[in-house]
Ligand binder design. Structure first.
Ligand code: IMP
Ligand code: MG
Length: 181
């Protein structure tokens, strides 16, 4: 078994993340039983979460389409620059479709708010819901309505399960905090 690196404190272990994603898939399945929908996953942080979620949805006999959109705000820093850069344009026509936009974490809210306003709403989808794995509510600067939430966490910089610090730690199978000691 892979050892937990010494300088990372585990905040949410892998089994808890997976159990919660299973639950989120059940909520989504209840809401989208017979209608097709599309999950738009925000890269790069959303990649692990969307991959796990879509498999859990598959177990429940749902087959959402999956699309990606790249956004970057942090660069190498651990504090949002406030400038949200598009690193990959949405490649799917979402007009008239039921869309779930998915991200790894909601902090200031700027990434999701900008994405909704610039990339999603102007394309006239039939409906839009927001799904995030983690929420740092204390960090919020702009309001974003969340429909499906994995975990509320304290205002700490976290890594793992797709989340990075300067592109490192995305591969950790758990959510952890890089310790300063
Ligand atoms: P927001 O724009 O401040 O809401 O932050 C959202 C984006 O910043 C997410 O898509 C993440 O990629 C990144 N982010 C926010 N907080 C963290 C963190 O604690 N660790 C790693 N990435 C984060
Ligand atoms: Mg990131």
């Amino acid at each position: 078994m892979k050892e937990v690196p010494q300088h990372i404190d585990v905040l949410i272990p892998e089994h808890e993340i997976k159990a919660r994603i299973k639950e989120l898939a059940q909520y989504i399945a209840e809401d989208y039983q017979d209608k097709p929908f599309i999950i738009v996953s925000i890269l790069k942080g959303g990649v692990q979460f969307s991959a796990h979620l879509i498999l859990e949805l598959g177990r429940l006999n749902l087959d959402p389409h999956l699309s990606f959109l790249g956004k970057s705000s942090y660069g190498k820093e651990t504090v949002s620059s406030g400038r949200i850069k598009t690193t990959l344009a949405l490649d799917t026509d979402i007009e008239g479709q039921d869309v779930i936009i998915l991200d790894d974490i909601l902090d200031t809210g700027l990434t999701l708010k900008t994405t909704l306003e610039e990339d999603i709403f102007p394309k006239n989808p039939a409906s839009v819901k927001v799904c995030v794995l983690l929420d740092k509510a204390e960090g919020r600067k702009v309001e974003v309505p969340v429909d499906y939430l994995g975990f509320s966490i304290p205002k700490k910089f976290v890594v793992g399960f797709g989340l990075d610090s300067g592109e490192n730690y995305r591969s950790l199978p758990y959510i952890g905090v890089v310790s300063t000691s």
